[in-house]
Design a protein around this ligand. Structure first.
Ligand code: AMP
Ligand code: MN
Ligand code: MN
Ligand code: MN
Length: 283
């Protein structure tokens, strides 16, 4: 099954509209799709309507920013009720500090001689409530400071580098509960990205499961083939459902296109098996 359950539209830090993403998913052979904007579900109705129009089965989605032992961890939520008020309120609270953070990021960049970064980043923002580091990265490329966004994240915006501003996101337990109370399944996004020690990773997985989390991304655009093998083992070890998603942000920016992913290893239980009743089918 070509399921792609992780990508971003311009309602967060992607470059395409939800409608354009739906069309691209369909054209690329995706058979089950979810739009997972950062800390946002206000693109869900558009994504769902576009998917329905194209005959593409759809699961609701989001990717919640969480602070866990001072590290930012992302929790994907799938198959929740998009009208759930507590989920909407939790997401609104999570994205609440982004504008102030962005102003501080610009102040920090100005200290190394990069001026006007807030205004520059804003030109790339599709949703004023969702200014992210990605928008700053696009501005720094356009301004000629860096040649691509990966260079930006090597030289700026990350811990110890100019433009980095520590931020307190949602708590792990809150994020998992918002998703599960709305009828969805919580999934640890791209676990290889966090660079945790073995003890820290064990703490993340056990606390996540303790709060009711049920899944982990195994095959993702953010994992190498070796990392996918490693997290297939982790999924089995913890008895977690396995998810698959490109984390596509836009053409020319993301190296993994929508639907262009290896299959999940056959030994795993795909997260969509537990979410069959939540799939929105066309018609
Ligand atoms: P924020 O939520 O504002 O902290 O921004 C996080 C986003 O920045 C991620 O979702 C990615 O889209 C992007 N990002 C973070 N690190 C990198 C990286 N090393 N290379 C490319 N994009 C990155
Ligand atoms: Mn992103
Ligand atoms: Mn992420
Ligand atoms: Mn993502």
């Amino acid at each position: 099954m070509n399921a792609d359950l992780h990508c971003h539209s311009n309602v967060s830090d992607g470059t395409l509209t939800p409608e354009a993403l739906a069309a691209r998913a369909k054209a690329n052979g995706v058979e089950l799709w979810a739009l997972t904007d950062h800390d946002e579900i206000r693109g869900q109705q558009r994504a769902l309507a576009a998917a329905r129009e194209l005959g593409l089965p759809y699961l609701t989605g989001t990717e919640i920013s969480v602070s866990f032992i001072d590290v930012t961890v992302h929790i994907v939520g799938l198959g929740f009720d998009p009208a759930d008020a507590a989920l909407a309120a939790g997401l609104a609270a999570t994205r609440g500090g982004r504008r102030e953070r962005a102003l501080e990021m610009a102040t920090s960049l100005a200290q190394v001689g990069i001026h006007g970064a807030f205004e520059g980043a804003l030109k790339f923002v599709g949703n004023p409530d969702l200014i992210s580091r990605t928008h700053f990265a696009r501005h720094l490329v356009e301004a000629g400071v860096c040649s691509d966004t990966s260079e930006v994240f090597r030289r700026f915006l990350t811990e110890g580098k100019p433009g980095y501003v520590p931020h307190r996101w949602a708590r792990l337990g809150d994020a998992v509960r918002w998703i599960t109370a709305a009828g969805g399944v919580a999934v640890i996004a791209h676990p290889a990205r966090y660079r945790f020690s073995a003890n820290e990773e064990h703490a993340l997985f056990t606390e996540f499961i303790g709060h009711g989390g049920r899944g982990v991304e195994v095959v993702t655009g953010s994992h190498s083939a070796a990392e996918a093998v490693r997290y297939a083992g982790v999924a089995l070890e913890y008895g977690l459902l396995a998810s698959r998603g490109s984390d596509f942000h836009g053409p020319g920016e993301s190296h993994t296109d929508l639907g262009a992913l290896p299959e999940l290893p056959g030994t795993l239980t795909p997260v969509w098996e537990a979410l069959q009743h939540r799939v929105v089918h066309p018609q």
